[in-house]
Design a protein around this ligand. Structure first.
Ligand SMILES: *Cc1c(COP(=O)(O)O)cnc(C)c1O
Length: 380
């Protein structure tokens, strides 16, 4: 069966060029970067080169880039590292209800260690109001963590404004930009970002590799203790193939941002306009202007989103519902509930996220399949 993949917010395939750049570092060039012989020392140079490339693209300093095992680790490293190092200055953190669980559960962890967390509610379109961020700041606030773009509804947050507020009040500002990198032009200096998380596998790079950018002025504590790697801030032998892969993936993404966005937008807008024509009683979730080009999240009232995902899967179509099934219970998406959607509508959502290999023909097949499946599900 032909697989048609529309779940690029979950993960992406590794680009051929990225894969080819990585392969030598699994075999011939396997040296440990901390070793003193050439195949080791050469890899130290390879890592430095990757770090330089990444710093140039993101517009930050080379010594502000740390390699991690992914978006989840970067979020943990930054939020816990800042919180524990700055506890004597205050114990208050501001975040939002629509963050990824890597941020939400890290904040909940910190609450068990005496930190107080404010979880801001977005408006009904899934956007955080910078004025709400400002109002939430107290003299105990040490960190604001608001995501760049949401993984379920694709909404892009006003990070520049939030960064400006954070700067004005002398509070650190972190943004989980896992969904934005590879889709949006990120300029750390211009956006007043002081810490940011990146994951390789969301933009055609490998899984298990991530980046944490942490401004050199930030006081933070090492969370992963071990060897002296990453300037004593993150112990563990470096993932050399992963580091080579993520820097190559970022380079490719950065060079193709305009055409990539044009492609995604064309497919996404076609998809949404056809859905609106073909299927009654739907609701498009999330702001349509401040939004990632490839994201469409739509509620089809009266149906179960997970059932729709399963019916589409039978036709080789990969999508996502946003609802998590655990221990036999279906939990509606925390993001859709946070934007004020009633439970029954939140449960009927389907997230489609387009990527570079998708075509108009694939999208037509997707549309026909959704139309047919929704009709069947609404009759049951
Ligand atoms: C995927 C994702 C993460 C987690 O990244 P991993 O590399 O899979 O650990 C964190 N935040 C957001 C917004 C994501 O989409």
């Amino acid at each position: 069966m032909k697989i048609r993949y529309f779940d690029h917010a979950a993960t992406t395939s590794v680009d051929d060029e990225v894969l080819n750049s990585m392969i030598p570092y699994f075999s011939e060039n396997y040296g440990n970067p901390s070793s003193l012989y050439s195949i080791g020392k050469e890899n130290k140079e390879v890592i430095n080169l990757a770090r330089m490339k990444i710093a140039t693209i993101l517009n930050c300093k080379v010594n502000e880039i740390y390699f991690t095992s992914g978006g989840t680790e970067s979020d943990n490293m930054i939020i816990k590292g800042i919180a524990f190092a700055n506890k004597r200055y205050g114990n208050h953190i501001i975040t939002s209800k629509i963050e990824h669980h890597a941020v939400l559960n890290t904040c909940e962890f910190l609450e068990r260690f005496g930190f107080r967390v404010t979880y801001l509610t977005p408006n009904s379109k899934g956007i955080i109001n910078p004025a709400d961020v400002e109002r939430a700041i107290t003299r105990n606030t040490i960190l604001i963590s608001i995501m760049y773009a949401n993984n379920e509804i694709g909404t892009i947050q006003p990070v520049e404004k939030i960064g400006e507020i954070a700067k004005r009040y002398g509070v650190y500002f972190h943004t989980d930009s896992v969904q934005a990198v590879g889709n949006e032009k990120i300029d750390i200096k211009k956006s007043n970002i002081e810490a940011l998380s990146i994951s390789g596998h969301k933009f055609y790079g490998p899984k298990g590799i991530g980046i944490a950018y942490i401004n050199e002025k930030i006081n933070f504590m090492t969370i992963q203790d071990g060897g002296h790697q990453e300037r004593d801030k993150r112990g563990g032998t470096e993932n050399v193939p992963g580091i080579v892969g993520i820097s190559k993936a970022l380079e490719i993404a950065n060079a193709n941002l305009v055409s990539y966005n044009r492609h995604l937008k064309e497919l996404r807008n076609y998809y949404i306009s056809e859905i609106q024509k073909r299927i009654p009683n739907i609701k498009i979730n999330g702001d349509m202007n401040s939004r990632l080009s490839g994201n469409a999240n739509i509620s089809f009232s009266g149906i179960d989103g997970n059932k729709l995902v399963e019916m589409l899967a039978e036709k080789g179509i990969c999508t996502s519902s946003g609802s998590a099934c655990s221990a036999g219970f279906v939990n509606s998406s925390h993001v859709l509930l946070a934007i004020g959607m009633p439970n029954f509508l939140a449960k009927s959502a389907l997230r489609v996220t387009f990527g570079k290999e998708n075509t108009i023909d694939d999208t037509k097949f997707l549309l026909d399949s959704i139309e047919e499946s929704v009709k069947i599900l609404r009759k049951i």
